[in-house]
Design a protein around this ligand. Structure first.
Ligand code: ATP
Length: 445
């Protein structure tokens, strides 16, 4: 059996008025794998713990298979939770650890078949007689998973189960968890602050910030259609380039986006999306461009949907199959608050960041650095070239993906062709206005 998990307007207030979760609603369908993704302290674990029954719900409703479940003790919820810290009993073997929940439920039953079955699924049959200290981190986490699945739960709640492991092992176990939960067909809610983990695991990803869900969607949707600048900045590597800009819309000439040192003329006639920008005239906007939306190429190669910018190469990250080129264009980077919440080493994190800020005020604020320059469609006006920046300084560089055939040197001035179909614009409150909410960007050529 697998379950539906529904949260309706759920709020959690800890002592001293710390609002950890704020009117959160989410429906997880039977067999679905949903990832809660967000920076440290945004309330992910609290949501999981409320579903598990380890935290009381301050207000709102938890429904399990449509039935009100706020009051059910953890043991009656038939949910299995796996934590970041494996929490194995050190004086028990793998087999004893895995069988422990069964022995609690039915002390005299023979649990060997179920333990063997769980061990086979996890590929740890040979490790059952070892103690935790004789197991690697990945093996310990498999035993912890074994302890969770042996009860044949109707849902898994996984709280950063891989974060203590090294990157290689994490990737491997990630794939194993995806295969295992699919095989078992069990509803899964998985918490992580690692966006690449979220994107590779979940049927859907719920991006959280300050106790509030910002967007729920497939990995593709949250990447390609971020509803606000926070989601755009939190999801994707390298981080989306974000630039401050203004819309210039004179009655007698073409509309443009100004980045300060460079002006990007919008193609005429305006696309429906670009028409939406007219109302932003005079207000500050944020322009977002992912690294794959710009290319270093000669202006003669410019396509009708591209715009030209010039920049100066600041730094080149060689990645083998490609290079990430940091280019200074002289535009002002936009900041998004809260993306980089420091991750405490202990279990608890900072609190009470909510006071004194409106909801939308909190939205803007948290993006890291990113730099972009706007250039613009069929015609780009370079009013003045960007000033060269000291070599090695990359914080204000627009990051552009380049193939291995593109050879550039630090300090070199390069043309950038920007794909306008992949241009995001966010209003002064951080909401995406372009592509318009009902429209989708075209896939890259
Ligand atoms: N028992 C508690 N008492 C008081 N405040 C708490 C308690 N547990 C969590 N908090 C606060 O609630 C907020 C959300 O915490 P939570 O652990 O849910 O965040 P998280 O997104 O899971 O973070 P992390 O990724 O670091 O695990 C934080 O501000 C945290 O300090």
């Amino acid at each position: 059996m697998t379950r539906t998990i529904s949260l309706r307007d759920v709020t959690k207030v800890y002592p001293r008025d710390v609002v950890a979760v704020d009117r959160l609603s989410l429906d997880v369908e039977p067999g679905e794998f949903v990832v809660l993704l967000g920076p440290s302290g945004c309330g992910k674990s609290t949501v999981l713990r409320m579903i598990a029954g380890l935290e009381d719900i301050t207000s709102g409703e938890l429904l399990l298979d449509g039935n009100y479940a706020n009051h059910l003790p953890p043991g009656q919820r038939q949910l299995a939770m796996v934590f970041q810290h494996y929490a194995l009993y050190p004086n028990m073997t793998g087999r004893q650890n895995i069988s422990f929940p069964l022995r609690i439920e039915a002390p005299h039953a023979d649990e060997r078949t179920r333990v063997n079955e769980a061990a086979r699924l996890l590929g740890i049959e040979d490790l059952l007689d070892r103690y935790p200290r004789q197991l690697s981190g990945g093996e310990q986490q498999r035993v912890a998973m074994g302890r969770a699945i042996v009860r044949r739960p109707s849902a898994f709640l996984l709280d950063e189960p891989l974060s203590n492991l090294d990157a290689k092992l994490r990737n491997r176990l990630r794939a194993e968890i995806a295969t295992l939960t699919r095989h078992l067909g069990v509803t899964t809610v998985y918490v992580t602050h690692d966006q690449s983990e979220a994107m590779s695991l979940g049927d859907r990803v719920a991006v959280m910030r300050d106790g509030v869900i910002q967007q729920v969607g497939t990995a593709r949707d949250v990447y390609r259609l971020p509803e606000n600048v926070f989601v755009a900045a939190f999801v994707g590597t390298p981080r989306i380039n974000l630039l401050r800009a203004t819309v210039h819309a004179p009655l007698d000439s073409r509309m443009s986006i100004d980045f300060g040192t460079q002006r990007m003329l919008l193609p005429h006639p305006l696309s429906p999306d670009h028409q939406m920008l007219r109302v932003q005239m005079g207000r500050e906007i944020t322009v977002g461009l992912r690294s794959e939306a710009a290319r270093i190429a000669s202006p003669e190669e410019m396509r009708p949907t591209e715009a030209l910018l010039n920049g100066v190469v600041q730094h080149v990250e060689y990645q083998g199959h490609e290079s990430l080129v940091h280019v200074s264009t002289g535009a002002r980077p936009a900041d998004v608050d809260g993306l980089e919440a420091p991750r405490p080493t202990g279990a608890r994190r900072s609190r009470g960041r909510r006071q004194g800020r409106g909801r939308l005020g909190r939205l803007l604020g948290r993006v890291g650095q990113g730099t972009l320059n706007g250039g613009r469609a069929p015609v780009t006006t370079l009013e003045r070239p960007p000033p060269p920046t000291p070599a090695g300084r990359t914080s204000d560089g627009l990051v552009v993906r380049a193939g291995t055939d593109v050879q550039v040197r630090v300090g070199e001035r390069v043309p950038l062709l920007l794909d306008l179909d992949q241009l995001y614009v966010f209003d002064s409150e951080g909401r995406r206005i372009c592509p318009a909410p009902a429209r989708r960007p075209r896939p890259p050529a």
